[in-house]
Design a binder for this molecule. Structure first.
Ligand code: MG
Length: 308
């Protein structure tokens, strides 16, 4: 099942679908029409965070909708929906740096060892969705870069999780573009500022539930700028795989439903090209991951995400 957040004149809605570009089912409206659901289930179905926190009760009801009587469904053609970020209000966004060997080498040089423990930082900003502009912040940076990443959505609360149990804590996956101002990243030593200007965290287009993907995920991942392939790899080549990342991040710290882990980017970022080819106003950037879909955003100087 795919889960997405779509926007209408009446607000944001959780949508579900059985496959890419198929009709989007309005989850809450369809549960209300089909009847027999508690007020708690109907309330949880109004937001993605509510769906994730409710766990199996809402997800099982959603699965029954997709396999049951289609007359009960409130469906919207995929081509007419306006998508928002699939999880508009994530809790903490954890990010992993240098998690593909070739990217570690292009970033730090061939002499530097690859990391022996995960490099972790955070993006304490609002997420944006498919089609939202990437604010180029040209008064602050002239080195705007992209990073295609597989994002893990945490589905269950847990601390001190063993790698062998990590699967149980995953809700699903989406695409994330870890937009970065390289000059700010260098200037401030720690990475938070260079990676946390408003608009620097597009996610989407949908969340694919964990059971629809192999474990641990081995998915093709690509980034294109104006259609030109800049990054192409497979998520099976992470240095620290998702089980190890969940074990590391939950050691002495509680992971919560709605946390996101951005698992790192492959080689091919703009700063490593010779000469570097940073993002410019008007360019289109797409992150594509097998089984999840394509997240497309255009660089723009006029708009960023409203943190409210
Ligand atoms: Mg990154």
């Amino acid at each position: 099942m795919r889960l997405l957040t779509f926007l209408t004149g009446t607000g944001t809605h959780v949508g579900i679908s059985a496959g890419e570009e198929l009709d989007v089912i309005d989850l809450q409206a369809s549960l209300a029409r089909s009847g027999g659901h508690s007020p708690q289930v109907l309330a949880a179905a109004t937001s993605m965070l509510g769906v994730i926190e409710a766990g199996d009760t809402v997800m099982n009801a959603a699965r029954r909708l997709l396999t049951g009587d289609r007359d009960a469904l409130v469906a919207v053609p995929y081509t007419s929906v306006r998508l928002g970020p699939p999880l508009p209000n994530p809790r903490t966004i954890y990010c992993i740096g240098l998690n593909y060997a070739a990217h570690s080498t292009e970033f730090r040089g061939a002499e530097a060892p690859i990391p022996t423990a995960p490099v972790v930082f955070s993006k304490p900003i609002a997420v944006t969705g498919p089609g939202d502009p990437i604010d180029i912040h040209d008064s602050l940076t002239s080195e705007l870069d992209y990073e295609a990443e597989l994002a893990v959505i945490i589905g269950r609360r847990g601390r001190d999780i063993r790698a062998a149990d990590a699967f149980e804590y995953v809700f699903g996956y989406t695409c994330l573009n870890d937009i970065t101002a390289r000059d700010l990243q260098r200037r401030h030593s720690q990475w938070l500022i260079g990676k946390s200007l408003e608009g620097f965290c597009p996610i989407g287009p949908a969340i694919v539930e964990r059971d629809d993907v192999s474990w641990p995920p081995a998915l093709s991942i690509e980034c294109r700028v104006n259609g030109e392939i800049r990054q192409r790899d497979n998520t099976s080549r992470m240095i620290f795989g998702i089980p190890a990342l969940i074990e590391c991040l939950s050691a002495g710290r509680t992971l919560r439903p709605g946390d996101i882990i951005a698992t790192g980017t492959p080689a091919g970022v703009a700063m490593a090209m010779d000469p570097p080819r940073f993002l410019r106003r008007g360019q289109s950037v797409s992150v594509w991951i097998e089984k999840i879909g394509e997240l497309v955003n255009v660089c723009d100087g006029s708009a960023g995400a409203d943190p409210a």
